[in-house]
Design a binder for this molecule. Sequence first.
Ligand code: SF4
Length: 236
Amino acid sequence: MDLTEGLPDLGALESHIGDCHRCALGDTRTRLVFGVGAPGAELMFVGEAPGKNEDLQGEPFVGAAGKLLDELLAGIGLSRSDVYIANIIKCRPPGNRDPERAEIETCTPFLEEQIRLIDPRVIVTLGNFATKYTLATDSGISRIHGRLFSVKGRKVVPVFHPAAALYTPSKKDVLAEDFQRIGVMLEGDECDEPVAAPGEAVAEMATGPGETAPGPPVDAPDAEGPGDEPEALRLF
Ligand code: SF4
């Protein structure tokens, strides 16, 4: 079955993926991690790839990082059942190495289809890898976390990966602040306001009408030179 015409729902996509061995990770994984959450979620999280615990349990973000994610969600009045959580790559790379280009190219059409079917208002990328891939940028997460990007009509907010925040208390505080902004954005109308278009770099995330959230400084779009800011979302 070809994905280009689109599938009717997530169940059909999961069946389509099946016991996938389209890339080499299919031979080394324990369980494929499809994703969990509400099929019509307004908020979708995209991480990198399953880790050891996820590989064993078949669910994204379990263990200590998953517990922190649950706490952050609770802090903005949400639970896992309110959102959708998936990864760029559906199977664990051995030893938690970075996914290879061929693996990404083979697997990401599944994530693209998930995003199309869920149609979230906001995508939150968790950590450097998911952010750099999603926004097609070389900018590190420390520089662009908490900012609101708009690419092809979708809002994308990069934040620190919960696993990184576990080991660095200051990152945990920043992550919690970024989640508060996401919560405010979801509650208000800000999500429907125009933000930066593809190629127009970054917009600050507003906390309310006429108000700007405290947070990381917003550099001039050309601060790092042309092409250094996110310009195109490779996922959709
Ligand atoms: S990583 Fe993706 S493409 Fe590779 S085997 Fe797993 S599901 Fe299939």
